[in-house]
Ligand binder design. Structure first.
Ligand SMILES: [Zn+2]
Length: 354
């Protein structure tokens, strides 16, 4: 197996770079790559991070997966790419600097329109995607979410109609479910299919690898952005090792890794999905009324909006049972969503692409 400059032999850990474009100032934009190959044959697991340049706990967790060399008893291959958006990381910004695009929305999709030609971020995403699907049996893409966010794993809906029939989609969704549960992070289903497509999430790293290539792929959200949060980092590394054990690449999770995980659990026992809202009709400053990671019931107050003078002008309530994942900007303009919630999910995890 060769990925960029990395040619990895059995029983070794090798580092190098994957060049993804040429820079106008000279040299290349290149993604750091770390590959560890076990002595025995087994699956290939890709771990990616830093596609959003301000999500540094994800970067740190990917860096730490192989920092101690080849894991004892490893079968198969682990490929780590901690910085998928170096241009964003250099300025600690979510987007890349080329055109200020969100780099996690340009991965290949069957329904992607191309009328004006592909710009550099889309070409970079395509090159990374081709490397991933060339060898991956599974992918974990590590991110962070909002301010004060609790860690969770996102399970995308599996689409059928273009690349697979419904039976194949259910089989893929079953394998995805097993991998998601194996991480032992709180499990949150992705938005309903229509909103998923509207937000171009089928063109995210995990969305494209799952729904285009048919390879189990998950997005892990490891706390808040900008800083490196130690508990979420340790939970992310442990989640990766549990996925390796689930894929029969490791006999067990090393105690040093399992023991460092603070352990994050869902506060509710029912299935939940991502929801952005509620939305403030009033302009002002949002004041959370409950802690992240705390359960609420439908209609319960989650936040107030206060005027410039500090008077409460609106109380926002939960649309459904669930819990708070994280808070969005405390500054609310007209119709701004104030939080990211996990709300009760009654939808199917397998849906037609149309
Ligand atoms: Zn992200």
């Amino acid at each position: 197996m060769k990925i960029g400059s990395v040619q990895c032999e059995s029983g070794t850990r090798t580092t190098g770079y994957l060049e993804v474009t040429t820079l106008p100032t000279g040299g290349a934009e290149r993604l750091p790559v770390v590959v560890a190959r076990g002595e025995g044959d087994g699956p290939t697991l890709w771990i990616t991070g830093g596609i959003h340049g301000n999500e540094m706990t994800g970067v740190a967790a990917v860096q730490d997966v192989l920092t101690n060399g080849v894991p004892d008893g490893l079968r198969g291959t682990v490929v780590c790419v901690p910085m998928c958006n170096p241009s964003g990381i250099r300025r600690l910004e979510r987007t890349s600097s080329y055109h200020d695009d969100d780099p996690n929305r340009f991965f290949p999709a069957a329904d992607a329109a191309d009328t004006t030609g592909k710009r550099v971020q889309e070409l970079i995403d395509e090159r990374l995607y081709e490397e991933i699907v060339d060898s991956a049996d599974a992918l974990l893409d590590l991110h962070t979410a909002q301010v004060g966010s609790v860690p969770f794993v996102i399970r995308d809906r599996v689409l059928y109609g273009t690349h697979r029939d419904e039976a194949a989609a259910r089989d893929l969704a079953g394998r995805l479910d097993g991998l998601a549960r194996a991480t032992e992070l709180p499990l949150v289903n992705e938005y309903p299919a229509e909103e998923y497509a509207d937000r171009n999430l089928h063109r995210s790293t995990a969305g494209a690898v799952l729904n285009e290539a048919g390879i189990p792929a998950l997005t892990l959200e490891l706390g808040g952005h900008d800083a490196i949060e130690e508990g979420s980092r340790a939970a992310g590394v442990a989640a990766v090792y549990r996925a390796m054990r689930h894929l029969e690449m490791l006999p067990s999770v090393p105690e040093s890794i399992a023991g460092a995980d603070p352990g994050f659990e869902s506060p509710v026992s029912f299935p939940v999905r991502r929801f952005v809202g509620p939305r403030a009709e009033s302009v002002g400053i949002c004041r959370p009324q409950i802690e992240t990671g705390t359960a609420f019931e439908a209609e319960e107050a989650v936040a107030d909006v206060v005027s410039p003078h500090g008077d409460c002008v609106e109380t926002l309530s939960a649309p459904h049972d669930g819990y708070v994942l994280g808070w969005r900007s405390p500054v609310t303009y007209e119709n701004d969503p104030v939080s990211s919630l996990a709300i009760r999910d009654e939808g199917d995890l397998v849906t037609p692409r149309s």
